[in-house]
Design a protein. Structure first.
Length: 186
């Protein structure tokens, strides 16, 4: 049989007092950290200041106080947001580095694309203006042909040519109308 020996632990009042002081000091520091962890303008920051004005500091609040819980939750959310932002910035920097592209290169590329789009729009406007002139000329010719159709239809060979000319003008007008550059580049 084994004999168990127990040691008698003696705790003095001074030790209890020192432990209590250390616990109060840690509670004060934690409460301060919680209060200071919120960014300026945060709604809970105003409440913290109000509570500090009433009771001196937040360490006087009991452990499960709703304000302390809300502060801890806000601090956790703020820390997570900061972590997420840091990850996103690192990811963006890694992508840029992997692509071998600096911010200045990205700006130059964007400016070049802007200039190219501007040139494209100017060229398409010139083409569309030329198409408009051609369509107006075709419509004038179509009107002249329609005005003189009775006279030209007297002779059979001329009648066939007038029919072909009308079909040609109609097809040309439709083709030129469909050929307009109307879509903007993305």
């Amino acid at each position: 049989m084994s004999v168990k020996t127990t040691k008698k632990l003696e705790i003095s009042g001074g030790m209890l007092s020192a432990a209590k002081d250390a616990e109060a000091s840690l509670a004060r520091r934690d409460a301060e950290d919680l209060g200071n962890s919120l960014p300026e303008g945060h709604p809970l920051r105003e409440e913290v200041e109000r509570q500090k004005a009433m009771i001196g500091d937040l360490s006087g609040l009991p452990a499960g106080h709703p304000l302390l819980q809300a502060l801890q939750a806000a601090k956790n959310r703020f820390d997570q947001q900061q972590e997420q932002r840091a990850k996103e910035q690192n990811k963006t920097a890694e992508v840029r580095k992997a692509q071998g592209e600096s911010r200045e290169d990205a700006r130059k590329k964007a400016r070049a694309e802007e200039e190219q789009t501007k040139q494209w729009m100017e060229a398409s406007a010139r083409v569309n203006a030329g198409l408009k002139e051609a369509l107006e000329a075709i419509r004038v010719l179509y009107k002249v042909l329609a005005d003189n159709e009775e006279i030209l239809n007297i002779e059979p060979l001329s009648r066939a040519k007038v029919g072909r000319m009308k079909r040609l003008l109609y097809a040309t007008e439709r083709g030129l109308s469909d050929g307009r550059i109307v879509r903007a580049r993305a």
